[in-house]
Design a protein. Structure first.
Length: 480
């Protein structure tokens, strides 16, 4: 997404420079070079190397080790391409899993080659050859057109200063992104919500110790409901960056998206790096789904697995006894294997969830039985392939999603918009304030509120509360 944003940035007469000690860090990681290639210049340190050598996925399969320990894996999946649990249930890639993973990597690498070759003015075949023969020494990388300049970070900064008329004032990204401290643009309002992390039921505490890796369904649902009720909100953009989660939690978000549409608010989903499984389900009822070409998405399927360690415990001389009420009270026990009837119940549950998942996708995306079967069964797609499969509508980043929301809301193209975050992240100060009062033994009534003036004053000093952490003012760079 950042690489996509650099085009409009440069189109406004600004320039971008990427510098680093190495490219690819001598390994196969290419995301940093993908971003750097969209900039005007790439600098590489003389002692570094160009090591962008492709993409590799290595998966440890634990079944053999678990078997030795006496740990069995119970459960199941729907269907053959739902490979997430196979690290525990197989000794290597199954044929469908390997086929799907290879297809995904080929698509991602093909997009990388096309974009980088265009930005670096190279032929795609030439770039593939250079990647296949990496790593390259800095001077060779420069001659081949992979980088532009050889030098240290200080050299790149000095060059930037000179191109900037000698001015040496630096603003860090964190400072620039502190939008709480800047005047808000006024115009037609588009709400921006987010679901970031594994989707789980419940709500977060809203404090600095919350887990940023979780997207709590009640938080997302509340944000969508609040935005849909706001009279001045013309449309909603939901940004999703999630590998999945529990089916009920993702379904609750999907329902909130549908209710927002019923309330007359267009809902556009913008997919980030990943929006798969439950992350895709949360998106499926939107008016328009926008994915990046390299988004990892779909994975329409379900699995449920858990360890059963009876054999291991027996070998250690550990005896586990139970007292229970209800025939299936211990169905997911770690200490006793499920009965045949319980295994059948798990299978029925998996079948029901898969049927519900695929039905929702088929109805929302207008896919017949043949197309939904070809798109589902746990298959994972890149954004490009997901569009071909009918699972997403447009390829692009957050800005495209905002533009579509603007058009869907009937806002004139020339009119300014205000992007309003839901929930209002500045209100997280309020939640933390209430928690502190609670710890101090003060009853927090409905009228107690951290004054907006206090929040705005804190923001002016660069003290902001982001989801999951309090962010203090950045330290000044050493060269300032």
């Amino acid at each position: 997404m950042v690489a996509q944003a650099s085009g409009p940035f440069r189109g406004k007469g600004k320039f971008g420079v990427g510098c680093g000690e190495s490219r690819g860090r001598g390994g196969s990681h290419f995301a940093d070079y993908y971003l750097a290639s969209s900039l005007e210049q790439i600098w590489l340190q003389q002692s570094g190397s160009f090591g962008v050598a492709g993409i590799v996925v290595e998966t440890p399969f634990l079944k053999g080790g678990l078997d030795r320990l006496g740990v069995k894996i119970e459960g199941g999946k729907r269907y053959e391409y739902k490979s997430a649990p196979e690290s525990f249930t197989e000794t290597g890639y199954t044929r469908p899993a390997r086929e799907n993973l290879q297809q995904l990597l080929d698509s991602l690498f093909g997009q990388f080659v096309n974009d980088v070759a265009r930005d670096r003015r190279l032929e795609p075949a030439q770039l593939r050859r250079l990647v296949d023969t990496a790593p390259h020494e800095p001077e060779q990388a420069r001659r081949d057109g992979l980088v532009d300049r050889i030098g240290y970070r200080t050299d790149a900064l000095e060059d930037v200063y000179q191109r900037n008329g000698g001015r040496r004032e630096l603003v860090t990204l964190s400072e620039y992104a502190s939008d709480e401290a800047r005047p808000k643009p006024r115009g037609e309002v588009i709400a921006l919500g987010r679901a970031s992390g594994a989707i789980v039921s419940g709500r977060s505490g809203g404090g600095p110790l919350d887990d940023e890796a979780l997207a709590n369904s009640e938080d997302v649902v509340d944000a969508l409901d609040t935005a849909s009720r706001a009279k001045d909100v013309r449309a909603i953009v939901l940004r999703i960056d999630s590998p999945g989660g529990t089916y009920p939690a993702a379904d609750a978000i999907a329902d909130a998206v549908g209710r927002a549409r019923s309330a007359g608010k267009p809902v556009i989903v913008s997919m980030s790096d990943v929006a798969a499984s439950g992350g895709y389900l949360a998106a499926v009822r939107a008016d328009v789904i926008v994915a990046q070409p390299t988004t990892i998405t779909a994975s329409i399927g379900v699995f449920s697995v858990w360890p059963m360690a009876q054999e291991l415990l027996t070998s250690l001389g550990v005896n586990v006894e139970r007292v229970s009420v209800g025939h299936n009270a211990g169905m997911y026990s770690t200490f006793q294997p499920p009965t045949p009837a319980q295994r059948a119940a798990v299978a029925r549950e998996l079948d029901a969830v898969y049927a519900s998942f695929t039905r929702q996708v088929a109805e929302a995306r207008n896919l017949d039985a043949t197309r939904i079967d070809a798109a589902a069964r746990g298959r994972v797609f890149s954004g490009v392939d997901a569009r071909r499969a009918g699972l997403v509508d447009e390829l692009g980043g957050l800005q495209l999603a905002l533009n579509i929301a603007k058009a869907k809301a009937g806002i004139e193209e020339t009119k300014r918009i205000e992007v309003r975050r839901y929930p209002d992240e500045s209100d997280r100060w309020q939640r933390m304030f209430e928690k502190l009062l609670h710890v101090a033994g003060v009853d927090v009534g409905p009228t107690i509120r951290l004054p907006r003036e206090v929040r705005e004053t804190l923001a002016r000093f660069g003290i902001t509360l982001r989801p999951g952490n309090v962010r203090l003012p950045p330290l000044p760079p050493l060269w300032r």
